[in-house]
Design a protein around this ligand. Structure first.
Ligand code: GLN
Length: 303
């Protein structure tokens, strides 16, 4: 498969695609990003790399981090994490409060904000130095010791935290947050502020495609555990657009409001895209389209 040629074709086709999306306005610091950035990087399971455009420029991974926090919590706590967060699609926006009331504080899945805040609480409980330890985990799985938080982005999100603070407090009122809400939110804002480029993201997600082992062979999760997390990425990774992503792309993946998407074909490849303009559901408009073109041209989708 000539992946580089396919990525070049995709980039060319995207140039004539008219976008209607907007850069996020929920985190002021992120509203400054150049909307016209575009990068894509694909890493095969054999270890070949193909990248194009702004694939080496770092951006805020935001909710893409939720797949990595749930992986770390799953590795520590196993199946019992599902007592406090579900594995069902929510059909609601990523930052919605609506289901929490009638489902008594158990978020539908770990990829909506409510679920990710519960996962953050689990990590605050079981890590000695939560922020440092999580960063160490990201550096380990990506094989890159330079990955870091962007403290201005974390602060900017803290300054405008009203909805996430509401979710955190609401969860606490149901007894589904063990720690101090502000401490949990501080961890959550830092995890979201991590900056990586498409190459680094493809490396970090390699273990999801490689039966739980990183690119350099470290064991992170069991084959069964990555199968389960890939299943949740497939059904919930794009919030109330997960069905659409499955229909158009046919791969498990996770998006973030920084404009990043990571998708993977188990035992075949990991691909990361970055384009900051988001559609109404908060997913990268061009990133989704690029991945739709990728699986159409390569005929490599899990379906
Ligand atoms: N930090 C963002 C928030 O909590 C992440 C949202 C996202 O990327 N979808 O609102």
């Amino acid at each position: 498969m000539n992946y580089l040629k396919i990525l070049e074709e995709i980039t060319l086709e995207l140039k004539s695609y008219t976008t209607v999306g907007q850069v996020t306005n929920t985190i002021p610091e992120l509203a400054k990003i150049n909307p016209d950035k575009f990068g894509i990087h694909l890493t095969t399971i054999e270890g070949d790399d193909f990248g194009i455009g702004d694939s080496q420029e770092r951006f805020s991974i935001q909710s893409v981090s939720k797949a990595l926090t749930v992986a770390l919590a799953f590795s520590f706590l196993g199946e019992k994490i599902w007592k406090r967060v579900g594995v069902e699609p929510s059909g609601t926006a990523f930052n919605s409060l609506i289901q929490l009331e009638y489902e008594k504080g158990i978020p539908r899945n770990p990829f909506i904000n409510a679920g990710a805040i519960v996962i953050a609480d689990m990590l605050v409980s079981c890590l000695e130095n939560p922020k440092e330890d999580f960063l160490r985990f990201i550096r380990l799985i990506s094989g890159n010791p330079n990955i870091d938080f962007n403290l201005s982005v974390a602060q900017s999100e803290k300054d405008t935290r009203f909805r996430n603070a509401a979710l955190g407090n609401f969860l606490k009122s149901f007894g589904n947050i063990e720690n101090d809400v502000d401490e949990v939110l501080d961890f959550y804002f830092h995890q979201c502020s991590i900056e990586m480029n498409c190459v680094e993201l493809a490396n970090a997600f390699f273990f999801f495609a490689n039966e739980g082992k990183t690119r350099d062979g470290k064991s992170i999760l069991t084959t069964s555990q990555v199968k389960r997390l890939n299943a949740i990425m497939q059904t919930c990774g794009f919030y109330d657009e997960s069905g659409e992503f499955t229909y158009k792309v046919g791969l498990p993946g996770k998006s973030g409001i920084g404009g990043g998407i990571v998708a993977l074909y188990p035992k075949n490849f990991v691909v990361a895209t970055w384009s900051p303009k988001l559609n109404k559901k908060g997913n990268s408009e061009l990133g989704m389209h690029a991945l739709e073109l990728l699986t159409t041209k390569t005929e490599m989708s899990i379906f």
